[in-house]
Ligand binder design. Structure first.
Ligand code: SF4
Length: 411
């Protein structure tokens, strides 16, 4: 079960309103100021830049830069709303598509108008989300043709080059870059691929220009881990992770795994980290898709790293040799360490792999696995050393590390 929590003040525009959890229809969306007259393209780009909106799919790239690049691209362009969230600990994109389909489609409309796109796509794997978007498209036909493209639910299916490949009729697997989709994407056209929360925030800040900075800097988050119910939350920028944990019933957590599986593990001092892109990057982390996994009191970061690495190894698309061997080696070594069967020299190998494997795959999956190992070694050296002599009580009782404990259900 997943609960809903809003830490955004109720007098501010927000995507997640605990008092309004049902699916929005056209009338309710229009009543909140939805589908306003679209600003001129340059004005909208300037307001997005001034608000500081960043992408919410993982990398946190400035949205205004993407919009401006596509607007200046030659020929016809395409917009894709990317709702395929492969991170096992994230549910916010599926929730948005199921419950706020008009908000997302309004973002598609505004992005298409700003970039001059002639076609749009909503890309996802969740059947309930697809039904909600389909109904919304019937309620209000879009200003440019918008198709729904279904994909399989895998870790890499939402990676931007996999999105292009799937929409063009191929498998949802990443390709080498360049070209990137903004250069040559769907059908060869320059393509804006935007996460659905990014598009929803674009719509919300356009409807509420006086609150644009607050809208652009707030985050949808999936908070999980431990015995408490998982939580889908919305919180303003600057909120301390300790505050989030307290509201989500996870105040005494031992450590956090940030950004889905991309941001790494943090121990002492995690509660003082804030929801701030630059601060988290400076700390060696990332908020990514906003999924935060809290290790309960007594939880073990070695076991958590083994769990995450096991999941990533199983999700490797097995296209790049270095990813197949690298993720298996990381997962196998971390699993042995968690069982207390790792040798001292294995820890040395983890050090080398965590540095040397980064950037070697066609997508970020291998990087995520290497970063988890790197942050485990950096932030928990004593726990790693202790595991060389035998498993801790938490890991001794744990089931095999396969990532199954990382999953969250959509509320
Ligand atoms: S790095 Fe791994 S997951 Fe990514 S494309 Fe290569 S094989 Fe697939």
């Amino acid at each position: 079960m997943t609960e809903i929590l809003s830490l955004t003040p109720p007098d501010r525009p927000r995507l997640l309103d605990p008092g309004r959890p049902g699916r929005e229809d056209l009338a309710s969306y229009l009543a909140t100021g939805g589908y306003p007259a679209a600003p001129a393209p340059e004005r909208l780009v300037e307001s997005v830049a001034a608000a500081g909106l960043r992408g919410r799919g993982g990398a946190g790239f400035p949205t205004a830069v993407k919009l401006r690049t596509l607007r200046d691209a030659p020929g016809d362009t395409v917009v894709v709303a990317n709702g395929e969230e492969g991170e096992p600990g994230s549910v916010k994109d599926r929730w948005l598509l199921r419950h706020r389909p008009h908000t997302v489609l309004d973002g598609v409309r505004l992005a298409a108008r700003t970039t001059g796109a002639v076609r749009g796509y909503v890309y996802l794997s969740d059947p309930q989300a697809a039904d909600a978007v389909r109904r919304a498209l019937l309620e209000r036909p879009p200003t440019v043709p918008v198709d729904i493209v279904l994909t399989e639910h895998t870790y890499v299916a939402g990676e931007e080059s996999a999105v292009v490949r799937r929409i063009d009729g191929g498998p949802a697997l990443p390709t080498t870059k360049p070209p990137r989709p903004f250069e040559r994407g769907v059908g060869g056209a320059p393509t804006l691929i935007a996460n659905v929360e990014t598009l929803a925030r674009l719509a919300l800040l356009t409807a509420h220009p006086d609150a644009a900075v607050a809208v652009a800097s707030s985050h949808l988050l999936t908070l999980s881990g431990g015995p408490a119910p998982s939580v889908l939350a919305e919180a303003p920028a600057g909120t301390h992770l300790g505050t989030l944990a307290g509201h989500a019933g996870r105040g005494g957590s031992a450590a956090v795994l940030l950004g889905g599986l991309f941001g790494g593990l943090y121990g002492d001092g995690w509660a003082g980290l804030r929801l701030d892109h630059d601060e988290l990057v400076a700390a060696g982390g990332a908020l990514g898709c906003g999924a935060i996994h809290f290790l309960p009191p007594g939880g073990c970061p070695v076991g958590a790293a083994a769990d995450a690495a096991g999941y990533l190894a199983a999700q490797s698309a097995r296209q790049c040799g270095v990813c197949v061997s690298g993720t298996q080696a990381l997962a196998g070594t971390l699993a042995a360490l968690a069982r207390g069967e790792g040798r001292h020299e294995d820890t040395g190998k983890l050090h080398r792999w965590s540095q040397g494997l980064t950037g070697r795959g066609a997508c970020g999956l291998l990087d995520a696995s290497a970063h988890i190992a790197a942050t485990l070694l950096r932030h928990f050296p004593d726990r790693v050393r202790a595991h060389e002599d035998g498993p801790c009580p938490s890991c001794a009782d744990a089931p095999p590390p396969d990532g199954s404990r990382l999953g969250v259900t959509v509320p």
